[in-house]
Design a protein around this ligand. Structure first.
Ligand SMILES: NC(=O)C1=CN([C@@H]2O[C@H](COP(=O)(O)OP(=O)(O)OC[C@H]3O[C@@H](n4cnc5c(N)ncnc54)[C@H](O)[C@@H]3O)[C@@H](O)[C@H]2O)C=CC1
Ligand SMILES: CC(=O)C(=O)O
Length: 248
């Protein structure tokens, strides 16, 4: 729902269709979104339990499925969400043969591969949210440590979303300056343990939020995915095919 809210409030689409198996929840979510219409640019919002209502979509975002309970790993969701994807992806792909599929459900990297295979789409039209949220957590933690604005920090987490992610330490730049090589050149000491602690907090971030409030919210959709929507004229997001590459 966080993604639908962002698309709505940022006026990124003319039409949003919600699909869920839980009819009551779906109707409630649709009404909730429709009720703020007076404050937002016009967007048509509809909802249905039938996948066919997504017919002809430009972008299909898949967030359906089981989520982690406290302490549970993302990979533990695989069997449940795999079964769901087997039922869901073929009709979604058939109803919107030219769409881009954006996968968010976990384990996201595995399910992106599954969606690619099930859809029969070319790999550049099946995209996972990957490590975008991890990179955002990374940037926040670095900014917090340095007491600066996270938007002035460029830093990337690559690899698999979550537990086995990899921090690209050499990529960290602040205001365009590569920070670790700068410190080394100036012979300014920094603690390797601090770096390890930051990455640990990135990896454990979702677990902590889930323990505290039950789920995490992928709210930063507009920053990293809005370029996928046709209402945006510029494409400046780097998207890499899922075969053995990573997403910055
Ligand atoms: N990749 C990322 O960075 C993130 C991924 N996630 C993942 O997104 C997924 C959803 O998480 P939440 O929204 O918190 O869970 P949620 O439980 O709030 O929503 C999941 C929805 O899927 C629906 N659903 C179940 N089976 C369905 C089917 N066959 N067809 C249509 N809808 C169906 C449920 O009724 C429920 O409303 C989880 O797998 C979670 O781990 C969540 C946050 C970030
Ligand atoms: C749930 C999840 O994958 C995350 O918040 O990172």
């Amino acid at each position: 729902m966080a993604i639908a809210q962002t698309i709505l409030t940022q006026a990124l689409a003319d039409e949003i269709t919600l699909v869920d198996v839980n009819a009551d929840k779906l109707h409630g979510e649709m009404l909730d979104l429709q009720h703020v219409a007076a404050f937002l640019p016009r967007t048509k919002i509809s909802a249905s339990v039938n996948y066919s209502c997504s017919f002809g979509s430009d972008l299909v975002i898949v967030t359906a499925g089981a989520r982690q309970i406290t302490g549970e790993s993302r990979l533990n969701l695989l069997q449940r969400n795999l079964a769901l994807f087997s039922k869901m992806i073929p009709p979604l792909a058939a109803d919107s043969p030219d769409t881009i599929l954006l996968i968010v459900s976990n384990p996201v990297d595995v399910l992106t591969y599954v969606a690619w295979k099930l859809s029969g789409f070319p790999s550049n039209r099946v995209i996972g949210s990957g490590t975008n949220l991890d990179s955002s957590r990374f940037r926040f933690l670095i900014a917090d440590h340095l007491d600066i604005n996270a938007q002035d920090v460029q830093a990337y987490i690559v690899g698999e979303h979550g537990d086995s992610s990899v921090a690209l330490w050499s990529s960290i730049s602040v205001g365009g300056v590569l920070i670790l090589s700068f410190l080394e050149r100036q012979q300014i000491a920094y603690e390797k343990q601090t770096l390890a602690k930051i990455h640990k907090e990135v990896v454990e971030g979702a677990y902590e939020v889930i323990k505290l409030k039950g789920y995490t919210f992928l709210t930063s959709f507009d920053w990293y995915f809005s370029e996928l929507l046709p209402t945006k004229s510029a494409i400046d997001l780097c998207i890499y095919p899922i075969e053995y590459r990573f997403c910055f």
